[in-house]
Design a protein around this ligand. Structure first.
Ligand code: FEO
Length: 391
């Protein structure tokens, strides 16, 4: 794909990655992704905002063909999908300055092999004049590393946001208004990467609101040419109350836990509670993460294998705790033969959740009438606790 103008003097010089299907050896990318870098050309200086994933080096070099000078290489975030080519850019443009937050200096040395003294630290609010274009740096830690920053171009009311407001979506559409159902991709991205930092993000949203931006240019996915849409979505996801939904990550080996999940799901739905089971043996972890954005309760459903919870549900518990969703309640259900301690193990694994743990329903052997009665009572308890939550 060729270099593409975003506004006069600012060009997209990124790479679409149509084939990538996994990020961090964990996160499914059903729609690929893009690595967005941007070239800002002023009258006196030229700045490159981020680079692209090293696997797409040729794409970046093609974009930069004919660009004789880069004066400022802005590293908004040190993760390698954006800064992995920083050292190579410096080899091609040895006079370029590297601009990054003070926190990034050490990370750049550790991860990219660029000595800290080669990096010019920029203060929060500091500006660099390019001639007709100004770069204003806004420190924005924890979206999603501690060193991250945003870069604002006031002349165009354009904000580069690196990972914030991104979406893992390879597309021929440069702008959000050219892409169908972008919100679904953006929500998946938020759930997988940004959700643990919801509180911090709420603070950043305040700052962004004050800028009255016209364009938000993230480092993954389309550029938001109508930023009100993504800002409103982030305010709901990061700040809204949980909804009347239960997510049920489960695995079943011989059918007992599956029967319990089915009964609990039916009992919840009969009481007006949305219940969404996820078979962790086959589910897309991103689809599960998306549901965690809004759910008020999680039910971990596990059989017992080798005297503990099934590893699929162990993964679900660890992932759920790591994503820090706004869950209010959690509970373990399942079955065992002779070792009944799986609920305590799951609770320990997910101890980071700020949720109230309800008493488990853990059956010895195949579920009985008493088991199903206990599940009905659990559904009643959850429905009562969800009273007043919107669907
Ligand atoms: Fe897209 Fe945190 O890198």
């Amino acid at each position: 794909m060729k270099r593409r103008e975003v506004v006069p003097g600012i060009a997209w010089v990124g790479a679409e990655d149509w084939d990538r299907r996994l990020f961090d050896a964990l996160i499914p990318l059903p729609d690929g992704t893009s690595y967005n870098a941007y070239l800002v050309s002023g009258r006196e200086r030229t700045a490159l905002i981020d680079t692209v994933d090293p696997t797409k080096a040729d794409v970046l070099w093609n974009h930069l063909a004919g660009v004789e000078r880069i004066d400022d290489l802005v590293i908004q975030h040190v993760e390698q999908d954006h800064s992995g080519l920083a050292a190579a850019v410096l080899e091609r443009y040895p006079a370029a300055r590297v601009l990054a937050t003070p926190k990034a200096q050490g990370l750049i040395a550790d991860h990219l092999g660029i000595p800290a003294e080669r990096v010019t630290a920029v203060a929060d609010g500091e500006t660099v004049a390019l001639g007709g274009k100004t770069l204003q740096f806004i420190h924005a830690p924890w979206v999603h590393w501690p060193e991250t920053m945003l870069t604002y171009v006031p002349e165009d009311r354009l904000l580069f946001t690196c990972d914030l407001f991104g979406s893992h979506l390879a597309t021929s559409g440069l702008l959000a208004s050219e892409v169908d159902d972008l919100e679904a991709s953006a929500k998946r991205y938020y759930a997988e990467i940004m959700m643990p930092f919801a509180k911090t993000i709420r603070g950043h949203l305040e700052k962004v609101r004050k800028l009255d931006v016209r364009t938000i240019a993230p480092s993954h996915g389309p550029i938001h040419d109508k930023p009100a849409t993504i800002l409103a979505a982030y305010e709901r996801w990061a700040g809204g109350a949980p909804e009347n939904q239960v997510v049920i990550p489960y695995t079943s080996m011989h059918g007992s836990t599956a029967k319990m999940v089915e009964r609990l799901t039916d009992a919840l739905v009969a009481r007006g509670v949305a219940a969404i089971p996820f078979n962790m043996a086959v589910t897309d972890l991103g689809a599960y993460a998306i549901r965690l954005v809004d759910a008020a309760t999680v039910v971990f459903a596990t059989p017992t294998v080798l005297v503990g919870p099934h590893p699929n549900v162990v993964l679900a518990a660890a992932l759920t705790a790591a994503l820090r969703p706004k869950l209010r309640h959690a509970v373990v259900i399942g079955s065992y033969g002779w070792a009944g301690k799986a609920p305590e193990t799951i609770q320990t694994l997910a101890a980071g959740l700020s949720a109230e743990w309800l008493p488990p329903v853990f059956a010895r052997g195949a579920p009985t009438r008493e088991t199903f009665d206990a599940l009905e009572r659990l559904a009643e308890t959850i429905a009562n606790k969800h009273a007043g939550l919107k669907a």
